[in-house]
Write a protein that binds this ligand. Sequence first.
Ligand code: THU
Length: 128
Amino acid sequence: MSDSLVLAATQARENAHAPFSKFRVGAAVEDETGRIHTGCNVENATYGLTVCAERVAIFKAISEGARRFTRVAVVADTGTLTPPCGACRQILWEFCGDVEVVMANLQGKTESVRLGSLFPRAFDASFL
Ligand code: THU
């Protein structure tokens, strides 16, 4: 696997706390300086308080002062590549806009799409 962002997301996936679903996800976001911020899904016994890997990654990045992002990677162990959930699409749109999203699995299959194609006609601050 040559893409360092996908590699970082794959490694972050190892830290997933997913005792309920057993569905482990890793994410990584690259900021404009080239720094990579990672996240994994963190589940909770109440289920609803679970936070996806993508949101963990982007919130970590924001809390470290990063503000502009160039790419996002999402890694899960699925044949059909796992895309960000609806809530994560909204959050990613807020901070990354029409960013490149790289979906990948553990077999090295990857696909890149723009967030705008996953999340058309988004509601955002431009409406406020
Ligand atoms: N999950 C993510 O972390 N990211 C996704 O893109 C899809 C879903 C997590 C949430 C939950 O812990 C588990 O996967 C099953 O939904």
